[in-house]
Design a protein around this ligand. Structure first.
Ligand code: ZN
Ligand code: ZN
Length: 366
C-alpha cells in the first residue's frame, strides 16, 4: 500500500467560525482522520436560518465550531480502519459528491442504543460541538464529518447549486410534509415563503394538492412562491379560505394565529421548526374540539428525509429552477463579520470554494 499522500497535520481548512460573538474565517489544521470519518472538500455552501440563530444566540463562546450544514462537497478522504456509509447504505469513497443532514445522532442516548432514533442529536455546524464535530460545518474549505453523520450521495443529475439546501431546508420540509400526511386533493396553506416555504409549496403541488396558498408578508417572496407552485399568495391577516392542511414553516412570525381559523373540519396543522423568535401560539380549544382539528409537530429529521430531499430535488429541478433561488456566489474570504443572507429574489446567499480545494491532500483514503 502506498504511503499516505500527506501528513494529516499539514492538511488545513479555512472555516467560518463564530467565537466570542465574532464571525470570521480562520485557517486551522484539520485533525487526523479517525476510522470512518469523512473529509470533504467543499464546493458550495449556504448559511441557512439555523446559522443566523446560532450566531444571534452564541451563548457558549468558549468553544468555536465551524458554521453551516447546507452545502455540497466532494469526499477527499476516509479514515482508515472503518467503513463510512451513506444513509441508504452506499459505501462512501473519495470522489463522491455528498450532502449531509443537520442532525447527527449522539450514539450515546437510549434512543441511539435501542435504534429508536436519537433523543438529543447534535446540530452540526450550529451547536457548540464536541471535538469530533467541531469541523463538521459546511462553510469551510474542508469539512470533517463524524462517523455518525447522516450522509447522502448526490446523484449525477443534480447540479451543485440544486443540491446545496438538501441537508437542512429540503430535508426539514420532507419531515414536515411527512407529518402532514397525504395532500392529494387537499386545500393546503403554507405559511412563510422562505426556502422551506418554497419547497413546501412545490411538494404540495407535486403531490397533487387541490390548491396551494402561500401566506407571506414580503411581496417579492409571494411572487416567487407563485413561480414554485402556489395557486394563490396572500398577506398575513388577509381573509383566508378554508384549508385542510396548514403547514407553518415561517419560524413563527405571527401569521399562524390568523391562519388557525381557516382550518377546515378534520384539518391538520403541522408546525415546522421553531425559529428563535417564535411567538407563543394561543389555541382555541373549543375550535379544535368542534372541528376535530389536529395539531402536530414534525418528526426529527433523519436519514430518510435527507435521501427524500435529494430525490425530490432530482425529480423536480428540470421544471423548478431551484438554482435561481441562490444569490451569485461569493468567496469565503468575502464573508466579513456579518454573514451574507438572502435578499430580494434570492432565498439563499451562496459561498463558493476554489475548484480544487483539496490540491494539497491525497485523493485516496488515508
Ligand atoms: Zn439549517
Ligand atoms: Zn442519541
Amino acid at each position: 500500500m502506498p504511503p499516505a499522500a500527506a501528513p494529516a497535520a499539514t492538511t488545513t481548512t479555512r472555516a467560518l467560525m463564530v467565537h466570542s460573538g465574532v464571525v470570521g474565517a480562520v485557517t486551522l489544521p484539520v485533525p487526523a482522520l479517525q476510522p470512518g470519518q469523512v473529509r470533504v472538500a467543499m464546493r458550495l455552501a449556504s448559511p441557512c436560518g439555523c446559522v443566523k440563530d446560532a450566531i444571534a444566540s452564541n451563548v457558549s463562546p468558549s468553544r468555536a465550531t465551524a458554521l453551516g450544514h447546507e452545502g455540497v462537497g466532494t469526499i477527499e478522504a476516509i479514515g482508515r480502519g472503518g467503513d463510512a456509509a451513506a444513509a441508504d447504505g452506499t459505501l462512501l469513497a473519495p470522489g463522491m459528491r455528498i450532502v449531509w443532514g443537520r442532525a447527527c445522532p449522539c450514539r450515546q442516548c437510549g434512543g441511539c442504543t435501542q435504534g429508536t432514533g436519537c433523543r438529543r442529536p447534535i446540530a452540526l455546524g450550529v451547536d457548540m460541538a464536541p471535538d469530533d464535530c467541531a469541523f463538521a460545518g459546511s462553510i469551510v474549505t474542508r469539512a470533517l464529518l463524524p462517523r455518525a453523520a447522516v450522509i447522502a450521495v448526490v446523484p449525477p443529475s443534480v447540479p451543485d447549486p440544486v443540491a446545496v439546501p438538501a441537508g437542512c431546508a429540503v430535508a426539514t420540509v420532507c419531515a414536515v410534509m411527512e407529518s402532514a400526511g397525504s395532500l392529494v386533493g387537499k386545500r393546503v396553506l403554507v405559511i412563510g415563503a422562505g426556502m422551506q416555504g418554497l419547497v413546501a409549496v412545490a411538494m404540495a403541488a407535486e403531490e397533487g394538492a387541490g390548491s396551494v396558498t402561500i401566506v407571506e408578508p414580503d411581496p417579492q417572496r409571494r411572487l416567487r412562491a407563485l413561480e414554485f407552485g402556489a395557486d394563490a399568495a396572500l398577506e398575513p391577516g388577509a381573509g383566508f379560505g378554508r384549508a385542510d392542511v396548514i403547514v407553518d414553516v415561517s419560524g413563527g412570525d405571527g401569521a399562524l394565529a390568523d391562519a388557525m381559523d381557516a382550518l377546515a373540519h378534520g384539518g391538520v396543522l403541522v408546525l415546522g421548526r421553531a425559529g428563535r423568535n417564535r411567538r407563543p401560539l394561543t389555541v382555541d380549544a373549543g375550535l379544535l374540539a368542534a372541528r376535530a382539528v389536529t395539531v402536530r409537530g414534525a418528526p426529527p429529521v433523519s436519514g430518510r428525509h435527507v435521501l427524500a430531499a435529494l430525490d425530490f430535488l432530482a425529480a423536480t429541478h428540470a421544471a423548478r429552477d431551484w438554482g435561481s433561488l441562490l444569490a451569485p456566489p461569493i468567496a469565503l474570504d468575502q464573508v466579513g463579520s456579518t454573514l451574507p443572507y438572502a435578499e430580494g429574489r434570492h432565498a439563499r446567499a451562496l459561498v463558493a470554494f476554489g475548484s480544487s480545494p483539496g490540491a494539497s491532500a491525497g485523493q485516496s483514503a488515508v
